[in-house]
Design a protein around this ligand. Structure first.
Ligand code: HEM
Length: 202
């Protein structure tokens, strides 16, 4: 399957119609698959929980909460790896209404960058902690093995890379949520409802 810019709207619709009678594992030109929708909201819940826990840990450090944070990051990584692969190898459903093409390109690029960030940031956090000689502990006494020996210089590099990644990620997420709210409350289209599973006629 391809997202080739040369593909016509007719191709997208024909492909979508073709897969409508079977369980839709992958996104088509007509809509998101139930798999994409479920994983999107699971990832959103994980990310919002991680951000909440990070803020709570800055306010008052807590070992048990830090372990829960590590567990959420460990769950997020494989789901995000699949989601990023599925995003770049599937059709992105056609936009609703008559949107500005620049907005469509920006919103899709931001969404894909968010999906990629969800793969890279947990790895950067794991490498930064490992290089700093910190154990990545999980609830129940489990430990995620460290891929390297402690190394102060490497720890600094991974820490800087993580912080460089987090800032555009938070800005991108704010823009993404702003876009969803604008579509829902200002443009009053079904973009958010489609992401909540509503079947939308194009
Ligand atoms: C409350 C939070 C969120 C809201 C309200 C929201 C809303 C939406 C909506 C309405 C769409 C459909 C856009 C379209 O029609 O093209 C979408 C797609 C998408 N969103 Fe979100 N989103 C949220 C959080 C997140 C988070 C945390 C991530 C990743 C870190 C994310 C990544 C994506 C991606 C990659 C897509 C494209 C479809 C896919 O492959 O899943 N979103 N989002």
């Amino acid at each position: 399957m391809s997202n080739s810019p040369m593909s016509s709207t007719h191709d997208v619709l024909a492909h979508g119609t073709h897969t409508q009678d079977r369980f839709q594992w992958r996104d088509t030109g007509l809509g998101f698959s139930p798999v994409t929708i479920s994983l999107h909201w699971i990832v959103a819940a994980l990310v919002l929980a991680i951000i909440g826990i990070e803020i709570a840990l800055v306010a008052s450090p807590n070992v048990e909460l830090a372990r829960v944070l590590n567990l959420l990051g460990a769950i997020l990584f494989p789901i995000s790896a699949y989601r990023f692969w599925a995003r770049v190898t599937s059709w992105h459903p056609l936009p609703l209404g008559t949107p500005n093409p620049v907005e469509v390109i920006v919103s899709r690029s931001v969404a894909t960058a968010l999906a990629l960030a969800m793969v890279l940031l947990p790895v950067a956090a794991w490498l930064a902690k490992s290089a700093a000689g910190q154990l990545v502990e999980l609830p129940g006494g489990w430990i995620i093995p460290s891929p390297m020996h402690p190394n102060a210089q490497a720890a600094q590099v991974f820490d800087v890379l993580f912080k460089i990644g987090v800032t555009p990620f938070v800005l991108g997420l704010a823009l993404h949520i702003f876009g969803a709210c604008k579509n829902h409350f200002v443009l009053k289209n079904d973009a958010l409802k489609r992401m909540l599973g509503k079947r939308v006629e194009l």
